[in-house]
Design a protein around this ligand. Structure first.
Ligand code: GSH
Length: 124
């Protein structure tokens, strides 16, 4: 079972690499504005999780520089996700709000929808 999971993980990463989207190019000022917003975000994830790959593809496509935190191999990140986020599930978006509060957003579709709305990304 572990071997099958490992193989599927490699397959997902290979397909993702071969079909990855081209990053969007913005004017420097627009990119700086987006970078300032995404500085307050981080994503807890596993490298070969298909839901995390889906979110990472959106980051790449929209040239979003969001810190990725490995919740599988990094014990500190794993513990933080479980204790503060509330459950051990990835992907999870950690959001530092304007008032300094921390919010934890689970579900890949919710994360992508949040990024599109908050960062005013153009629709597909
Ligand atoms: N519906 C969720 C599914 C997320 C999910 O199932 N993630 C798996 C990894 S692929 C997970 O976190 N499993 C917990 C574990 O492995 O302990 C989404 O779209 O984000």
């Amino acid at each position: 079972m572990k071997l099958i999971r490992w193989f599927l993980g490699r397959l997902i990463l290979t397909i993702d690499f071969l079909t990855r989207p081209k990053p969007l190019t913005r004017q420097a000022e627009a990119q700086d504005r987006i970078d300032a917003l995404t500085k307050k975000l981080s994503i807890y994830q596993f490298s070969a999780c298909p839901f995390c790959v889906k979110v990472r593809r959106q980051l790449r496509k929209n040239s979003l520089k969001i810190e990725l935190r490995d919740a599988k191999n990094n014990a500190e990140h794993k513990e933080e996700l479980m204790r503060k986020g509330g459950k051990y599930k990835v992907p999870c978006l950690r959001i530092e709000t304007k008032t300094g509060d921390i919010k934890w957003l689970y579900e890949s579709n919710e994360i992508i929808a949040y990024l599109k709305t908050e960062l005013m990304l153009s629709p597909e």
